[in-house]
Design a protein around this ligand. Sequence first.
Ligand code: UDX
Length: 440
Amino acid sequence: MKIAMIGAGYVGLVSGACFSEFGVDVVCVDKDENKIKQLNSCVCPIYEPGLENLITSNVNSKRLVFTTDLSLAMKDADAVFIAVGTPSRRGDGHADLSFVYKAAEEVAANLQDYTVIVTKSTVPVGTGREVKRIIMDQKPGAEFDIASNPEFLREGAAISDFMRPDRVVIGTENKRAADVLSELYRPLNLLETPIVKTTLETAELIKYAANSFLATKVTFINEFATLCEKLDADIQDLAKGIGLNGRIGSKFLHAGPGYGGSCFPKDTLALAKTAQEAGAPTKIVETVVDINNHRKVEMVDKVSRACGGSVEDKTIAVLGLTFKPNTDDMRDSPSLVIIPELQKSGAKIKAFDPQGMREAKKFLQNVVFCRGPYEAMDGAHAVVIITEWNAFRALDLVRVKSLLKTPILVDLRNIYNLSEMEKAGFIYYSIGRRELRIGS
Ligand code: UDX
């Protein structure tokens, strides 16, 4: 089989590389000539574990090609995937669909034989139908069908999420299109991956519902973390105590500084807007958005309290800048709120992130970027862990203490345990757990 993948961003690259690994001939198209040049020399523009190797082996076996030429990509393609960006539109929070509709026009211009046109980008309900209308208007009589095949890839684990998904969702009103997509995903039959076949609209909404539910679960546990702090309870035991109930499940119950990333913030906002306009507001999701925005700011109070009430003229070492580990993605990362707020309160910031510093430099000002965690902590008054990278999970606590001016550690991901920090003699503030204060 042959497919064209429009958009060599995160979703397009991972999906394109993984389909080619399944044995499909994939041509990835992007307008960015530099990026295409880089990719043809097997240099991956984003950090995702395993992706560069997958690209290299499939480019070498000629199953994966990168080009700026859509007509070449679409020649003889069984399916064309639209995997372009759908950022939040400035001002109103709606998904910006201009790239999707532009892609639809270009697909129409290059359409020849029967092709299934698949939206893989996260798009609001109704977008697939609009893509169909655009193509029909531009090329009356063209032979094609529309389908929605949302992605559920987690950054940092995207390749295994693609290769071993919980489920594949295929939304289309047409059997011929469903058959083409089922054939593409046939390699997953061996794993008995459930395929959910549904309508276009339902498939589009499934993606938003899944992300909104997960964002709600994270927000729920974050609120309970604050409650635990007030009531002298422990959030980790609480998460275990509820998560072992099979109806609740233990995943996505790690309290932290608030969710970020390329999907949750944008998708929850877009869903809330769609629902309001449909006359069926999703009040839970609207509240989740508000709580999460506020949560990031609350983290600054925690740092300030740990530092004795003020961070003015104090140097704070920040470990971890990306919104989660194993990515270089800074989009909506809690660090982008916490660091500027600390600076506003008079703190000086030294920071280190294993992969995110190149991106972080575009968004953060007046930060001293360091070459490692210990360099960041050298001479600082306190250290704040924002992202739970492996590199921060087993710091040499004796060395940390000797480098810091005051032994203050604020752990926004609960990666250390209380007794260990108590023994090591730290002032230790974490999330939803007892605070180890001076002399406590
Ligand atoms: C998410 C979805 O999981 C994926 O299916 C979708 O298609 C894209 O969006 P991703 O954004 O890569 O993936 O990260 P994810 O691992 O889901 O985490 C999202 C955010 O929630 C991160 O900021 C993470 O730190 C936070 N989180 C997650 C928690 O704070 N606690 C948890 O228990 C889980």
